[in-house]
Design a protein around this ligand. Structure first.
Ligand SMILES: Cc1ncc(COP(=O)(O)O)c(C=O)c1O
Length: 436
């Protein structure tokens, strides 16, 4: 580990006076107005004008018929996954999940909230490796997974860091195998994808679609999420489940298990205040990405990739990956890490420590799900087939694992909307010094 203040490579660099965040909320003032409006009119529970308005505005913007406002993206993903399970396998008993006894293919390099709902519903997640062009689910690996597990009928697909995945290929593979898609657009609200020649928004690309208004997202309600659909019955079902599954009776009457997942009208007020600024936030994030790209161009690193012909990311997080031959030694345990500084090379942990030492926040790439202790016993499928059990004490194994490789060599850079060009230049300078 390094004492950066005493390291001559960093001589003359001043720490930021105010912390530079990875991605923090950016308020504009309108949020306060709609929150005050809710309080003054006493619509402070899970009914009210703010909720109605944000559901309408999001549905219009994204291009779906129905948006159902929920307490968080995780709640949206849970109910989307449950709906898919019920559609595929029928209604479950109250104490059982709809996916009991069934496998579900899942994005591997994502935040665990994407895929935990498979476990909430008693299903078994099978992780599909990542491709290098967008850092999302690999169509080749998905095709292999259907060869190995032809009975699977549900696929959960996330768009990492605001960059749409290869949805045309993924959708056509799912269609061929009669599988439904839960789309996790939590990180990619506002991003566009060219599907069969037409630009559409992420959040319209699955059979069940979800977004998040978590505090770190492109716009925020401080919390909150939405389920998006064109199917009125699905929208009504999610609305019912999210409000404790009450039946139309004078007393509390229940035919189905319920949840307390509805968005509050106060949270919806914050979302309502943020909605006019989504384009501004995306433009700021794009400028940050471009500035990193130009500023780091002379180093042996690349930015997180996207396909400009097929996608317009929302640039939620800017990330970089170090070329293999410029990787300094770095090892990670389950909680700790070690690295060595080597001239001309660096490592994600060294760069993250350096950024942190000068009062800025980066983050490791989301650790792939197949590497997580909780899911270590679950199957993992790569473009070559079964990604587990490939090692051998006697023969040097090969075996691709794209997710593990991006996790090892990549990192998320400070990507806050409020990052100034001067602050960003200092971060770019710190990264350069790591390679000295
Ligand atoms: C990919 C992804 N899915 C789901 C979620 C969960 O959303 P929420 O925090 O709103 O529950 C997040 C982030 O929080 C996320 O990044």
């Amino acid at each position: 580990m390094n004492k950066f203040s005493e390291d001559p490579r960093f001589a003359g660099i001043k720490p930021f006076e105010k912390k530079v965040w990875l991605s923090s909320p950016t308020m504009h003032g309108d949020e306060q107005h709609w929150v005050d409006d809710a309080i003054q009119t006493n619509w402070v529970s899970t009914i009210g004008a703010n909720i109605n308005e944000v559901e309408k505005q999001i549905a219009e913007r994204i291009g779906v018929k129905y948006a159902v406002a929920l307490s968080c993206g995780t709640a949206a993903l849970h109910l989307a996954t449950k709906l898919a399970g019920e559609k595929l396998y029928g209604q479950a008993r109250p104490n059982e999940g709809t996916l009991q006894g069934h496998k579900v293919f899942c994005s591997d390099m994502t935040f665990d909230a994407s895929i935990n709902p498979v476990a909430y519903e008693d299903g078994e997640a099978i992780f599909i490796d990542t491709e290098r062009d967008t850092w999302n689910m690999s169509p080749e690996a998905l095709e292999k997974a259907f060869e190995i597990y032809p009975d699977v009928r549900l696929v959960v697909i996330a768009h990492l860091y605001g960059t749409p995945g290869k949805m045309e290929e993924l959708k056509s593979i799912c269609e061929k195998h009669g599988a439904l898609i839960v789309e996790d657009a939590a990180e990619s609200l506002g991003a566009k994808y060219k599907l069969n020649g037409a630009w559409v928004e992420t959040g319209t690309l699955g059979d069940y679609n979800c977004i998040s208004f978590n505090g770190n997202k492109i716009i925020t309600g401080s919390a909150g999420g939405m389920f998006l659909t064109n199917n009125v019955e699905d929208a009504n079902k999610v609305r019912k489940w999210s409000t404790q599954s009450r039946e139309a009776a004078p007393w509390y009457q229940h035919e189905e298990i319920g949840y307390n997942y509805r968005m509050s009208n106060i949270i919806a007020g914050v979302v309502r205040g943020q909605l006019p600024y989504i384009e501004e936030h995306m433009a700021q994030k794009k400028a940050i990405y471009e500035r990193y790209k130009a500023g780091l161009a002379d180093l042996p690193v690349k930015m997180n990739p996207y396909d400009p012909d097929k996608s317009q990311p929302n640039f939620w997080l800017s990330c970089m990956i170090i070329d293999e031959d410029a990787m300094a030694p770095q090892v990670r345990g389950e909680r700790d890490y070690l690295y060595k500084s080597v001239s001309g090379k660096s490592s994600p942990q060294e760069i993250l420590d350096a950024i942190f030492a000068f009062n800025a926040e980066g983050r490791p790439i989301w650790k792939p799900m197949h590497m997580q202790p909780i899911y270590r016993t679950h199957a993992f499928i790569t473009a070559e087939g079964n990604g587990r059990g490939r090692s051998n004490a006697y023969i040097a194994g090969s075996g691709v694992d794209v997710g593990a490789d991006i996790f090892r060599r990549g990192l998320c850079l400070p990507s806050d909307n409020k990052l100034t060009p001067e602050q960003q230049d200092r971060i770019i300078d710190i990264i350069h010094r790591c390679f000295r």
